[in-house]
Design a binder for this molecule. Structure first.
Ligand code: EPU
Length: 341
């Protein structure tokens, strides 16, 4: 089977931060049947990196690896249980289009995750989440190709090890697990998730009241995201650049006394998740630039590429922010997008 295989591939247009980057080799995976051939090809390179929509990566200028870009397509209703639709999507599907398709079919439950950039296959890797819903709440199982053992593996939620913006795959050896399809269990007895402040104050949702539909939530989430998150097609970015840090109750109490406006969310274990965007904003970083990299003007958690930035520019800005937040608040920020190379 012939795979389209390029040597010294420019990846600038394949990462939403728009960082200058070259891969030693590049191949597109358009069908699950190609997985075996890809494993054989991988043997010729020191490393493998699996790329989806490129919306959660910081790519180094030179990648001494084989990059596999997953482009498999298709969505189907796999099964119907007493209380859920089991919907299966191929990994290369665009996440937002998949969510829109589900809502149009009446398979509700993913609408709060509208407009998140990236592909279906990348979604479980960072356990995407927004507006009160995280992927693991709707996850059923996935099918992956183990590039090393050269076999298909089916994995349920436990095997995927989901936690906040994290999974087994984010910790695992890069390039080993080629996620081919992801299945979701979407509840037939759908209930809207409207607890997030931005949704509570949205006029359309307020007007809809108890008769709110998944389509209305989908539309509202799109509007909110468009109003404060930059479109990667216009201004390079990778969404939230840092995770919201979790601190214990004592640290939270000390912080909120020193900084009364602090935004924090109590967690079930008694700890607190702090809004990193608030900390970075409060420290005066919003809208600041360092060379070609900068902090977005409307969302301090988002770093942007004003044009021509490389991984080094983003790393220098991120490090300056991390050091400042640690010095001011004693809080350590953890980078969210995956570093490659
Ligand atoms: N805030 C500021 N200044 C800022 C940014 C935020 O004061 O510049 C304050 C806001 O006013 C708000 C709080 O911080 O009170 C939280 O901000 P926001 O609601 O915008 O959400 P976030 O915590 O910054 C998280 C996710 C986003 C997700 C939104 C909505 C993380 C790391 N980020 O952002 O996810 O869309 O909630 O649910 O968990 C992503 O992961 O790439 C991403 C965009």
């Amino acid at each position: 089977m012939l795979l389209l295989h390029a040597i010294d591939q420019d990846l600038t247009s394949f990462n939403t931060l728009g960082l200058r980057s070259h891969a030693q080799a590049f191949v597109r995976c358009a069908s699950a049947e190609q997985a075996q051939t890809l494993s054989a090809l991988a043997g010729d390179y020191p490393r493998v990196f699996i790329l989806g929509g490129g919306s959660n990566v910081v790519l180094a200028p030179e990648l001494d690896c084989l990059v596999i870009k997953v482009e498999t397509a298709g969505v189907q209703l796999l099964a119907e249980t007493a209380d859920a639709w089991i919907v299966e999507a191929q990994a290369g599907e665009t996440w937002h289009d998949f969510v829109g398709h589900c809502v149009a079919q009446g398979w509700n439950g993913l609408e709060n995750l509208a407009l998140i950039p990236g592909t279906v296959g990348a979604a479980p890797v960072q356990n995407i989440g927004a507006y009160g819903v995280e992927l693991d709440q709707r996850f059923h199982s996935l099918v992956a190709w183990d590039m090393q053992a050269r076999r298909l593996v089916e994995m349920g939620p436990e095997a995927c090890g989901f936690s906040y913006r994290n999974s087994f795959f984010k910790q695992a050896e890069q390039g080993r697990w080629l996620i081919l399809k992801v299945r979701f269990a979407l509840p037939k007895a759908w209930r809207p998730v409207l607890g997030y402040p931005d949704l509570q104050r949205h006029p359309m949702l307020q007007a809809a009241g108890a008769s709110v539909t998944a389509r209305q939530i989908f539309d509202a989430v799109c509007q909110i995201r468009q109003s404060k998150l930059p479109d990667p097609a216009v201004l390079g970015n990778a969404g939230s650049f840092f995770k919201n840090p979790v601190v214990d109750a004592a640290a939270y109490q000390a912080l909120v006394q020193a900084h009364p406006g602090l935004v924090a969310y109590p967690q079930s274990e008694g700890s607190y998740k702090l809004a990193a965007g608030w900390l970075i904003d409060r420290a005066g970083w919003k809208g600041r630039r360092m060379g070609a990299a900068g902090v977005h003007e409307r969302q301090a958690l988002v770093l942007v590429n004003y044009g021509g930035a490389g991984a080094g520019d983003i790393a220098a800005l991120a490090e300056a922010i991390r050091a400042d937040i640690l010095a001011r608040f004693g809080v350590s920020l953890e980078q969210e997008p995956v570093r490659v190379g």
